[in-house]
Design a protein around this ligand. Sequence first.
Ligand code: HEM
Length: 416
Amino acid sequence: MNSADMANRVKKPAHVPDALVYAFDYNTDPEYCRDPHARAADLARNAPPIFWTPYNGGHWMVQAHAAVHEALRDYETFSSEHFSPEAFNSMMAELPEEERIPAPVPICIDPPQHAKLRMPLFSTFSPKAALAREKEIRELAERLIDGIAKQGRCEFQHDVSDIYPVEIFLGMFGLPVEKEREYRELAKKHLSVITPDLSENMLMMQAIAAVMRETIVERRANPKQDIISMLWALEIEGEPMTLDLMLSYCVILFIAGLDTVVNALGFGVRHLATDPELQRVLRANPALIPEASEEILRRYAFVAPIRLVKKEREFHGAELKEGERVMMFIPSASVDERVYRDATTYDMNREKHPQMAFGAGPHYCLGVHLARLELRVMYETILKKLPEFRLDPEHPPTFHGSIIAGPSSIHLRWDV
Ligand code: HEM
């Protein structure tokens, strides 16, 4: 252990037994950054089902499937309110309007207030609303894959994954396409600053709000057929929509809906590139793609939400104290052998057990229908337009850790 590594560790609190300490840094762990899912499987096998790590300020990690599932539902113990909404709002009220940082609701609010802010979004993110976008999403997917098909090679994250959800987002939200590069930069930057340091995240949210503000304000007076106009038309408990809430909604949808899809696609395409038999099966029978995509989401789950302990309790053998942070390590929970037989094997025919890549409980992913559609359409398009593709042996895939782990580069090759 070098001195920089030592400096990143905090002292173990007295109530944490030595047997529950396991050093894992989700941002810099070399094995996690080399291959997040190999390391997650290693943790599932070798670290306690719930353990305390001295990194990132010191926090608990829950990795057993049953415990993660239970904790995500138990919002009274495991709170999503990393800061008090009252304190946040009074701090905001003191700032000039254009500097206000929107709280990313509903993800940072606990029930019962959470439901009031989540429910108005249901119609905008229903299965029907997602399907209504299929044609434009398919056109975009085809344009992107046509753009690389003749090259015989690509770096999939740069050439496809980074562009796809951002363009979908701009189209759905009616945001100016000329700003695409700016939005892509922001999406990438956001990914690199997800840290427990709230102030850094706040500044990022402020930057995202700033780039959208003009369109949001303009659309209030001139509604169009887009999500921003739909959101303006919502009422929250009988009250008209406010600019602050509009900014909050747009920021959380930007944060939650872009790098998640970018990473899911990268992991999925990496798997396909190493599994020519699966490519063959899906090309012959594209109706199996949704099922194949669900198993990819399970095998390569990559989001690890963090909660704050609101009340002291014993939890699966650990004594949790108020104010401690707990990471719900879905990547390990998704390869828990107690739930999924031969869990590290990709098997689209496995006995059905719901995967947890989209979370569980009150904060279950709101964009799940849109996400599944985006993934299905992209897999359909790749498999239709590209011949069998493989990883480029000269440039092996690279990955990054963080609360949302993902591929940094996936170099592919195919014959032309
Ligand atoms: C494969 C892609 C995606 C994955 C794996 C994913 C995963 C997740 C997870 C695990 C959560 C729970 C977070 C928590 O418990 O704190 C979540 C929440 C959320 N997701 Fe997704 N997501 C994806 C795509 C999307 C998309 C495309 C959108 C919308 C454009 C979206 C919008 C949201 C929102 C708004 C929440 C917060 C819901 C709430 O607090 O009630 N997500 N997502």
